[in-house]
Design a protein around this ligand. Structure first.
Ligand code: PMV
Length: 339
């Protein structure tokens, strides 16, 4: 096969990844846990063609060159090296949510690219394991590792549901796997859109300056404890423990960001207003908690039963432009009939 289409969901990290032990391989300083976000997606078609003199990338109808194209070509170069093909590719990708605003568009983008690119190159994941092994096809951890090379959090958008990325120390042991299926716990992410504009400092630059914060070492050292608490809270569906550790983890990452050189301040006044409101609601008995990625938008995590009230209350906060709602989503998938 020379053409394939894949669809992947972004994910929201409950225990965040921030800072790399190795930047080129994107080996993280710490493990992380996330949930895929159903309904928001990137759909990408990769088509290897003899006639192309170089890779061509089109995102949401616009041709992309420079760094964006180089990051995509870097992943396809790894794929080309695995199967020894030399054709360049046309890559056509679309997102149904705002890119670059703290909704991890790079996660769904590189998960979809890794899957579509490897499938288009003949690395077939959908076949039984034995025939895959005979043909050197990719397993899920291999696909997760490949996606990680484009964007760390993309490793977590390959498996489905609730996902843990074991940080590892080498290319081989740094990959993500499901810890629970999407159906395990009816959590919802109500994303308060505070700003849909593209963030000024991307996460790649952010990871690179994380070690300049004197707080990063303490954050990293404490991560195994937070991972255990979060993983157990998910497995036991214990919302109270989950809420405290998720908010603590987000605040710890933003403390590192704000104390890096140069300092990164992603929160806007409305972000803080939402966080304060959520804490207040929880103290009054509404099970909801917040987490914020490298952007100003606030992800408010709640149970499905409360998602309508959370959605309504968020829309009443001054400065909240929109609310996107997503439940836990499945793994990255090959699309056969234009799904
Ligand atoms: O995968 P990257 O390089 O876009 O980094 C993601 C960083 C955060 O979204 C802030 C945290 C995370 O673990 O997703």
């Amino acid at each position: 096969m020379t053409t394939a289409t894949a669809k992947a969901f972004p994910n929201i990290a409950f225990i965040k990844y921030w800072g790399n032990r190795e930047n080129t391989l994107r080996l993280p300083m710490n493990g992380s846990i996330s949930m895929n976000l159903d309904g928001l997606y990137t759909r990408t078609t990769v088509s290897f063609q003899n006639s192309l003199p170089f890779d061509e990338l089109i995102i949401n109808g616009h041709e992309i060159i420079g760094t964006g194209l180089n990051r995509v070509s870097y992943i396809l170069d790894i794929v080309r090296g695995m199967v020894d093909i030399h054709e360049h590719a046309e890559i056509v990708s679309e997102n149904n949510f705002p890119a670059g605003a703290g909704i991890a568009s790079s996660a769904s983008a590189f998960a979809a690219l890794a899957l579509a690119g490897s499938k288009a190159a003949g690395l077939d994941l959908s076949e039984p394991e034995l025939s895959r092994l005979a043909r050197r096809d990719l397993s899920e951890p291999e696909l997760s590792r490949l996606a990680r090379r484009g964007s760390g959090s993309a490793s977590r958008s390959v498996p489905g549901g609730f996902v843990e990325w074991q940080g590892g120390t080498t290319n081989e042991d740094s990959f993500a796997y499901s810890i629970a299926l999407a159906e395990h716990w009816k959590l919802m992410d109500c994303i308060a859109i505070v700003s849909a504009s593209h963030k000024k400092t991307g996460s790649t630059e952010g990871h690179a300056i994380a070690p300049t914060s004197p707080l990063q070492a303490a954050r990293v050292a404490d991560t195994p404890r937070r991972l255990d608490l979060c993983r157990n809270a998910i497995l036991n569906k214990d919302f109270d423990t989950f809420a405290s550790i998720v908010e603590l983890d987000s605040d710890m990452m933003h403390s590192v960001m704000m104390t890096s050189t140069p300092a990164l301040h992603y929160w806007k006044p409305t972000s803080l207003a939402v966080m304060n409101a959520v804490r207040q609601w929880r103290s009054e008995g509404l099970p909801a908690c917040y987490t914020v990625d490298a952007g100003a938008n606030v992800h408010v995590i709640c149970l499905e039963a409360e998602s309508q009230i959370v959605n309504k209350r968020l829309r009443e906060i001054n400065g909240v432009e929109d609310v996107l709602v997503a439940r836990a989503g499945g793994p990255a998938k090959i699309i056969v009939n234009g799904d």
